[in-house]
Design a protein around this ligand. Structure first.
Ligand code: PA5
Length: 426
């Protein structure tokens, strides 16, 4: 299980302390699946269900896609792409697409920018490719248009029948426009489970197929996630998900309305984007909710550091730290010591990063920013699973503690309806 350190937040807790009783009740409601949105709690046992369900077909399709070409275009938006992108960047590197021998994974259907679409087509060039279109509802405009573009490219290159063999659809098992198209065209289909909402779906085919294509060991992810979810079912104040949820709610009620999620690994960037959707869509409703923002340290210390240290005192900070780097990188010795840094020569960059992180933590706390640290052993499949399960669990508990339904997104639906209304008037 991931470790949580609340010592940097404790001095901002008032006498009442953390409301573990409320966390316990929220956990009870979640686990009994009787709370608001209880029909969307299938993610609680999703890893085990995947292991006994679609996993083998996902692995076979991933191999097929790798054999069929050098590129997979993933078409999806929100929960239908962020988790896969997060996993690929965290576990394979943000430069995955340039790694020798890798099947490149590009993302389409999350923008209406003509320039971005044209740039992606130019990057694709004349390479052989497949498409995985992902949409739970099957009717979201951005991916639907992205799919039109991708399908036209496929048909141009491979003809109608050739294109069919290169299209993989992930959508509802029984309904929706995309489901109907897939059935009538005979595309290979994967399921977004009925009882799992988009932002909780990364451990279904939604995330697993692109991850497997990118070379991630999805079986290891699922078995680690199954263990994590069992551990996180602990009904005790020791549960890190209770502590995180209770600390966030406590601080929010005391004016800390913005949470900064920071990490010292650039490969964490899309994990933070995934986290923002998870918490933003789950908690921001009925006029309340912590605003989730993200930062990439050290880079952002030199752009946002001033604001964090000295701006409005509405911030809390959660820092994800990996306990071990994947490899060694030492500071080189330079003859003559022109920059005066030879006292660091031979030191591991990781050691210096840790000291910098401790220094930042102390400074931010002294500036009035409560600090929560989440530690994960390593940037590997088990670490990814630990982060996903921890955040999903604590998000649901935190949302129930604040009295909202974690599993709906009426605001997003509202925008979708408005956009279609205006487009149909064209
Ligand atoms: O969390 C959610 O449910 C949403 O953010 C969806 O992931 C997003 O709107 C995409 O929807 P769909 O998968 O239906 O195309």
């Amino acid at each position: 299980m991931l470790k949580i350190d609340l010592t940097g937040a404790a001095e901002f807790f008032d006498g009442a302390g953390l409301d573990c009783a409320a966390a316990a009740e929220a956990h009870r409601v979640l686990a009994s699946r009787t709370g608001a949105g209880g029909a969307f709690t299938g993610w609680l046992d999703l890893p085990a269900r995947m292991e006994n369900g679609e996993l083998n077909r996902i692995l076979a399709a991933a191999q097929n896609i790798q054999r069929q070409g050098e590129v997979l275009l993933v078409v999806g938006i929100g929960g239908s792409y962020l988790g896969a992108r997060a996993a690929i960047e965290l576990l394979r590197t943000p430069s995955h697409n340039e790694l020798p021998g890798a099947t490149a994974v590009y993302f389409l259907g999350n923008t209406l920018s003509p320039d971005a679409v044209n740039e992606l087509i130019a990057v694709l060039g004349d390479r052989d490719f497949c498409v995985n279109v992902i949409s739970k509802s099957g009717g979201t405009l951005e991916p639907a248009l992205g799919f039109r573009v991708a399908k036209a490219l496929l048909q141009q290159k491979y003809g109608r029948n050739g294109a069919k063999k290169r299209i993989y659809v992930t959508t509802d098992a029984n309904k929706g426009i995309l489901h109907d198209i897939a059935v009538s065209e005979g595309y290979e289909r994967f399921t977004v489970p009925d009882d799992v909402g988009g932002r909780f779906s990364v451990l279904s085919a939604v995330g697993l197929l692109p991850m497997a294509v990118a070379g991630i060991d999805v079986e290891a992810v699922l078995s680690a996630a199954a263990r994590e979810l069992m551990d996180l079912d602990l009904r005790s104040p020791e549960n890190p998900a209770w502590q995180y949820a209770a600390a966030r709610q406590h601080l929010y009620r005391r004016g800390k309305s913005i949470e900064l999620l920071a990490c010292y690994e650039p490969s964490f960037r899309y994990m933070a984007e995934w986290w923002k959707q998870l918490f933003g869509e789950s908690e921001g409703k009925n006029g309340i909710g912590i605003y989730p923002a993200s930062l990439e340290y050290n880079a952002d210390l030199h752009s946002m550091g001033q604001y964090i240290q000295d701006g409005p005192r509405t911030l809390m900070e959660t820092v994800v730290r990996f306990e071990r780097p994947a490899g060694s990188c030492k500071v080189p010795f330079v003859m003559g010591d022109p920059d005066g840094l030879n006292y660091l020569a031979g030191r591991e960059l990781f050691e210096i990063q840790q000291i910098a992180a401790d220094a930042v933590k102390t400074a931010h706390i002294s500036g009035g920013v409560p600090n929560i640290v989440l530690s994960v052993p390593q940037r590997d499949e088990a670490g990814f699973a630990a982060l996903v399960c921890f955040f999903e669990m604590s998000c649901a508990i935190s949302a129930y503690m604040s009295g909202v339904n974690p599993f709906d997104q009426p605001g997003v639906e509202e925008y979708k309806k408005n956009m279609f209304r205006q487009l149909q008037a064209l």
